[in-house]
Design a protein around this ligand. Structure first.
Ligand code: BT5
Length: 310
């Protein structure tokens, strides 16, 4: 959000404050104050005009300005009611040189998972893509997928959902009927051998979505605990991600704390064939260690299945 607009909002939040007072405080003209107030009303903020001046009475439920307002992380939010895919839009912005932008949508009409699988994205979810330009070699980017999973698990647990992480990119709820997927993550990047030019971390969370709108293997925050404040959920997710990216090596401990995969029998389909055994640990930047009959195998990529204990 534009810096002056943010200061106008902060002043209104502490208000009432008169137009002339606000103009003085922010060192702008009275007509500029009026324009900011109108733009904020247009964006859905409730601003009452009282005898003592303007006062902030409500914040929009969801959307770009709503998520940016009070967000303790340096992301700009580009919001769409409906878009084919936030990752596709994120790639466009990344290619155009943008950074620290979040593309956020209420609904996607062409959401994608890994290997071009379809990702159902009905209205009510949190479908977002982080556009980043980290100073990291491409080999370390898997840690961003782990950081995204930890961020979602943190926000989901704070909302009361018993979420766990399945290596490498799913956040699940483990139920008696089996694992149900709450979130999927799709990380895409471009770069040279030793330096990334951009990364787009796509995160899809089934938040206020009815279970009938999801595939049978999916679940939502709404199904687990009822509908929640999507604005607060998104802010928590983004703030956690911002903290984690400051210390990539520190991500692993957080990931282990939420991991449902560790200690389980797993089968991972890798490009080089299937690996089966007990998942015993994860190593930087996101390598899974599987104890097989032939010893420890390190897996860097693949589809992981949690097997029932023999
Ligand atoms: C993923 O792929 O889990 C990554 C999904 C990433 C989606 C986000 S949303 C924002 C951004 N924009 C995009 O276009 N994408 C990203 P994968 O591991 O391949 O899992 C895909 C599989 O999950 C599908 O084949 C279905 O079986 C299942 N699935 C599809 N939609 C689902 C949903 N909403 N909830 C749970 N499972 C779903």
């Amino acid at each position: 959000m534009q810096a002056t607009r943010e200061r106008v909002l902060a002043a209104l939040d502490e208000g009432p404050v008169t137009g002339p007072d606000l103009a003085d405080r922010l060192d702008v003209s009275r007509s500029a104050v009026w324009k900011h107030v109108e733009a904020l009303r247009e964006a859905g903020f409730g601003i009452d005009s009282t005898d003592d001046g303007y006062v902030l009475s409500s914040v929009p439920e969801f959307g770009g300005p709503a998520v940016e307002y009070g967000l303790d992380a340096p992301f700009e939010v580009e919001y769409h009611d409906s878009i084919p895919s936030t990752n596709a839009r994120g790639r466009e912005l990344a290619t155009a040189g943008e950074s620290d932008v979040v593309v956020l949508a209420d609904e996607q009409t062409g959401g994608r998972g890994r290997l071009d699988r379809e990702w159902d994205s009905p209205s009510g979810g949190v479908w977002l893509s982080l556009v980043l330009r980290p100073d990291l070699p491409p080999t370390q980017i898997p840690v961003y997928t782990l950081a995204a999973a930890v961020s979602v698990a943190t926000a989901a647990r704070e909302a009361g959902v018993d979420a766990t992480i399945k290596w490498p990119n799913d956040v699940l709820v483990e139920t008696a009927a089996g694992d149900r997927k709450l979130c999927g993550i799709l990380t895409e990047m471009e770069g040279e051998a030793d330096r990334v030019s951009w990364v787009v971390v796509g995160i899809g969370v089934n938040v206020n979505v009815a279970s009938e709108e999801l595939p049978p293997e999916g679940t939502s925050v709404q199904e687990q605990v009822g509908a929640v404040d999507r604005r607060a959920f998104t802010q928590r997710l983004l703030e956690t991600f911002d903290d984690l990216r400051a210390d990539p090596h520190g991500v692993l401990d957080e990931w282990r704390a939420y991991a449902g995969t560790l200690g389980k029998q797993v089968r991972v389909e890798t490009p080089g064939g299937a690996v089966e055994g007990e998942a015993v640990d994860v190593e930087f930047p996101g390598t899974l260690l599987v104890e097989t009959e032939d010893g420890i195998v390190r897996v860097t990529a693949g589809d992981c299945e949690h097997l029932r204990p023999a």
